[in-house]
Design a protein around this ligand. Structure first.
Ligand code: ASP
Length: 304
């Protein structure tokens, strides 16, 4: 396992994002390393600008994820991993430290599934919607696209290679962000196309509150990526928060223990990003690589 632990910044706010954890080679086969770095930095700056302006953690994570969803290199929104039948079925979730949450699975029409998840949280009395209709999206004023918008030639090639067994199915991708704002509020968001070649209708951990996404005021905000089934079985994001609350573990201690007990024990790989309420950050992964961005002092760091 590799872990990066960053002390709280004097600014009073903090943001960390990921663009998926996996084998570098699988994902980089889609493009060059430089473009990934650029995409991560651009999304990071967008979210950080919200926080620097005194904006809220929820706005910051949604803007960050929106940028990653719009970037075809990452497995979410346009450029998402495709199902075995070549379709894009998108999942996303958001959660605030106050305990509000919204999630969507098998989304096909919202240009930005993260905004749809937020609408579920803010505009409905539900937490989790599956395959919401165009009409519902239109009523919420969301930008609607045709399902083809999400499908890129790179992902079609990747799917073909996976189905022909020329490429091991990359179990990884996904984007997410976690933030604490100047007012001490935390929030997290996660968005994905799931795993390459997955069955139609398969849902991973990303839209499942407590598994792939979790936030709790005064404690932590977390977004996960990796083999979704194991993250669901281990209720990974909530387990980390529970260790901090009940055992008084630090964020890093909690992540190390949860990864060992819930992921390593299942021989599952993935990555976790998190921000504690005091602004400390952790990026951890037991996969060969993770795409991530955060600030360490004056320096913006990107991991590819
Ligand atoms: N966790 C996601 C899922 O299982 C995939 C990923 O993070 O790459 O759908």
């Amino acid at each position: 396992m590799q872990i990066h632990v960053i002390a709280p910044a004097p600014t009073g706010y903090a943001l960390v994002l990921h663009g998926g954890a996996g084998g570098r080679v699988e994902e980089l086969a889609l493009d060059t390393k430089g473009r990934y770095t650029e995409g991560l930095s651009e999304a990071y700056r967008a979210g950080e600008a919200v926080l620097a302006d005194g904006g809220g953690a929820l706005d910051a994570v949604c803007v960050t994820v929106e940028h990653l969803e719009n970037n075809p290199l990452f497995n979410s929104g346009r450029g998402a991993a495709l199902t075995a039948s070549g379709e894009a079925e998108l999942d996303a979730s958001v959660m605030t430290g106050e305990g509000h949450a919204g999630a969507v699975a098998a989304s096909r029409y919202a240009r930005n599934p993260v905004h749809l998840a937020r609408k579920v949280m803010e505009e409905s009395k539900h937490v989790f919607l599956v395959a919401p209709s165009r009409e519902l999206l239109a009523g919420w004023g969301l930008e609607i696209v045709d399902p083809e918008y999400f499908i890129t030639p790179g992902r079609q090639r990747q799917l073909k290679n996976v189905l022909a067994q020329r490429l091991a199915p990359p179990a990884h991708g996904t984007v997410g962000a976690a933030a604490v704002d100047m007012h001490g509020h935390v929030a997290a968001a996660t968005s994905t196309g799931g795993s390459v070649g997955q069955s139609l209708g398969r849902v991973g951990d990303s839209p499942i509150i407590g598994a792939g996404t979790y936030a709790r005021e005064g404690v932590v905000a977390i977004s996960c990526t990796g083999e979704g089934e194991a993250f669901i079985q281990g209720v990974v994001a909530h387990d980390i928060s529970a260790r901090m609350r009940y055992l008084n573990s630090t964020l890093a201690e909690a992540i190390i223990a949860t990864m060992a007990e819930e992921l390593d024990a299942r021989a599952a790989s993935g990555g976790i990003i998190a921000v504690s309420a005091d602004g400390g950050l952790v990026v951890a992964h037991n996969s060969p690589a993770i795409f991530a961005a955060y600030r360490d002092g004056d320096q913006m760091v990107t991991l590819t």
